[in-house]
Design a protein. Structure first.
Lengths: 114, 112
């Protein structure tokens, strides 16, 4: 069964600290992995997208890694800011269908305290 | 910044009412999607469209219907709303040549 599991479910850190969010997936055949940031009451916004051949991609203070062999990804946030408080969603796309369907994790709820 | 809009942002209605949730994008994207998301849960695809006059049901069974008469417009309709329809509905789009989906702000629907 294709699944995307994220950990931790929630995380509280102090402003200025770094953190790492985890994503494990069982989606096969794999096409791509995306990280989205979703503010409360808003739609998700794309942070990074990686294909099979990419093992790291950065977007400002956000760095995503991908290990396609172990089917794991992480999102590292550097020097956190209050505005980083949001849900971070891992999404994995497959290439086994015309739709190229997406499998969504439940997200990690990050709270940054001053 | 993605140009994809949803209205209304919030809607509270009584059981049995007919409602239409609007979604529009000005980017000329061929592909559009509707997702349903409950608090703390993952997004579930309920409808998608690959172009004008093309609509398909997604993974999650839904009593809603959609139409795609124009490229930029992808409304979702519930003929008779029920409390079980209470949820957040997110619209998304992407061009055929790029997989990154752009999401609208969502409509939070509450059916009393």
């Amino acid at each position: 069964k294709n699944q995307v599991e994220q950990s931790p479910q929630s995380l509280i850190i102090l402003e200025g600290k770094n953190c790492t969010l985890q994503c494990n997936y069982t989606v096969s055949p794999f096409s791509n992995l995306r990280w989205y940031k979703q503010d409360t009451g808003r739609g998700p916004v794309s942070l990074t997208i990686m294909t099979f051949s990419e093992n790291t991609k950065s977007n400002g203070r956000y760095t995503a890694t991908l290990d396609a062999d172990t089917k794991q990804s992480s999102l590292h946030i550097t020097a956190s800011q209050l505005s980083d408080s949001a849900s971070y969603i891992c999404v994995v796309g497959d290439r086994g269908s015309t739709l190229g369907r997406l499998y969504f994790g439940r997200g990690t709820q990050l709270t940054v305290w001053p | 910044e993605a140009d994809i809009y949803q209205t209304p942002r919030y809607l509270v209605i009584g059981t049995g009412k007919k409602i239409t949730l609007e979604c529009s994008q000005t980017m000329g994207h061929d592909k559009m999607y509707w997702y349903q998301q409950d608090p703390g849960m993952e997004l579930h695809l309920i409808h998608y469209s690959y172009g004008v006059n093309s609509t398909e049901k997604g993974d999650l069974s839904s009593e809603s219907t959609v139409s795609r008469i124009r490229t930029e417009h992808f409304p979702l309709t519930l003929e008779s709303a029920r409390p079980s329809h209470t949820s957040q509905y997110l619209c998304a789009s992407n061009p055929s040549e790029r997989p990154t989906q752009y999401f609208g702000p969502g409509t939070r629907l509450t059916v009393l």
